[in-house]
Design a protein around this ligand. Structure first.
Ligand code: NAP
Length: 447
């Protein structure tokens, strides 16, 4: 038997475990996660109103219930937990699928003002991540600025514009639902530093903004026309061409006077967050112009957009895991076809997959080929790896190290507690939002 630990139970970790058991009948996989809950960003990143993508949890679940795969939650790898060197003693191979846990910075004055948050903080809050900050995003805000035009920017813009009746059937935590129900935000500005042909959102996600009740999308044709590809998008890849067509339609539509507006803006780069009585009150942008090579140059002209809430949605970033090498420039672990490189040489038995391997790009399905490449490397190396002696079962050793992993029955108990909470609130399933309630539920079910 080949004993493998997969660190991280998001899509890349689960696809790695699945590919391993599919390709090798003699492999056993422990999927470790620092949280007592599986599914990573599918549980804690996919927006609650995206029920179809959320339902992927059903597929991930059937993988984690495979007879040769075991989920062990509440196990942190690296600092404060199990060091990579210890994992190598316990398993023939370890695959790190730890994602990109933090956000990129803008590096402009005022970024840290109260009222300015990373989109990831906002996403964690409405997703009930147990490490999320308690709230305070929307009270007192009338206007919000979302910086960046990727799919996360679209998610947070949509969540700010959604009304309670559409959010109540989701599993979002009660405190976030109540806060959003009381929100007075009527203007959401989503702002890109480059043009519409370079926006990172996908057309399906973009189009959804136009179907929100009581909300209209406002686009200025003159701003779109700054993009040289706008007049004739025929040379663009199909996805960008479709985005332009959607934006063109909105620019041509007469105003409807809806209670809420999403204003999509382009060619504006943030230069400063401006304070109003110690909190953010506006964002100063510089008008940019295309430089002919896909980038932009500043024009020296500025525009202030009022915003009491600023969500910086400029991408995720990987964080170093103590004991593993890290490329600080790319925010990833150096690797060759998934094999971890230490000082340029392959480190036997250590692998990466997902965002910590390739950076925070692509949709959930992108993790399948990524996991496959890593598993191919691992199984090629397997004959050498099994010579390294490891315990028959790592669990007693982890327990002896002072860890108390949450097993699958602990996770099922969390699911039951979330269903019961939903019933008590007159909703369907409602997520438990904090460590205390998650661990209490998990321990009531851990065998
Ligand atoms: P992203 O797609 O990389 O978009 C980041 C955005 O931030 C870009 O518009 C980028 O503009 C902008 N940006 C970066 N630095 C900036 C700066 N200093 N000032 C102003 N703007 C800046 O990242 P993401 O939205 O976080 O998404 C991460 C991944 O998750 C993507 O692959 C995404 O598709 C995926 N995702 C998918 C879904 C879905 O399928 N529904 C939902 C959420 C996330 P430039 O292009 O000019 O750099």
């Amino acid at each position: 038997m080949l004993h493998v630990a997969v660190v991280g139970s998001g899509p890349s970790g689960v696809y790695t475990a699945q590919t391993l058991v599919q390709q090798d009948p003699d492999v056993r996989v422990d999927v470790l996660d620092r949280l007592p809950c599986p599914y990573g960003l599918v549980r804690y990143g996919v927006a609650p109103d995206h029920e179809k993508i959320k339902s992927l949890q059903g597929n991930l679940r059937s993988v984690l219930e495979h007879e040769r795969i075991r989920f062990l939650g509440g196990v942190q790898a690296g600092e404060g937990g199990v060091p990579p060197a210890r994992l190598r003693e316990l398993y023939h191979a370890v695959v790190y699928c730890v994602g990109a846990a933090t956000d990129r910075q803008l590096g402009i004055p005022g970024e840290a003002l109260p009222g300015s948050w990373s989109a990831t903080e906002f996403v964690s809050w409405y997703s009930a991540h147990p490490d999320a900050v308690a709230g305070g995003f929307v009270p007192g805000a009338r206007s919000a600025a979302v910086i960046g035009v990727g799919n996360v920017a679209v998610d947070v813009t949509r969540m700010l514009a959604r009304a309670t009746p559409q959010l109540s059937p989701t599993d979002m935590p009660q405190a976030a639902l109540t806060a959003l129900a009381e929100s007075k935000i009527t203007e959401v500005h989503m702002v890109g530093r480059r043009g519409p042909s370079q926006a990172r959102f996908t057309t399906k996600e973009l189009r959804e903004l136009g179907s929100l009740p009581d909300t209209e999308v406002v686009v200025d044709e003159a701003e779109l026309a700054l993009d040289p590809a706008y007049a004739d998008p025929s040379g663009l890849p199909a996805a960008q061409r479709r985005n332009i067509e959607v934006l063109r339609g909105w620019a041509a539509a007469p105003p409807r006077g809806a209670p809420r507006r999403i204003r999509l803006r382009f060619f504006l780069r943030p230069v400063e967050l401006l304070s109003d009585a110690g909190r953010v009150g506006a964002v100063r942008f510089e008008r940019t112009l295309p430089d002919g090579a896909g980038g932009v140059t500043g024009s020296g002209r500025y525009e202030d957009i009022e915003a009491q809430l600023v969500l910086r949605s400029v991408g995720y970033r990987g964080v170093p895991l103590e004991g593993l090498p890290f490329d600080g420039t790319r925010g990833t672990v150096p690797h060759e076809a998934g094999r971890v490189l230490r000082d340029g040489a392959v480190s036997p038995g250590e692998y990466v997959a997902g965002w910590i391997k390739r950076g925070p790009t692509g949709v959930i399905g992108t993790n399948r080929p990524c996991a496959k490449e890593t598993v191919t490397s691992l199984l090629e190396d397997a004959p050498g790896l099994v010579r390294h002696e490891v315990p028959e079962d790592a669990l007693p050793a982890l327990r002896a190290d002072g860890l108390a992993p949450v097993d699958w029955s602990g996770w099922l108990a969390i699911e039951r507690a979330e269903a019961e909470l939903g019933v008590s609130l007159g909703r369907s399933v409602v997520k438990l939002p904090d460590w205390r309630s998650l661990m209490a539920a998990a321990h009531s079910g851990t065998s």
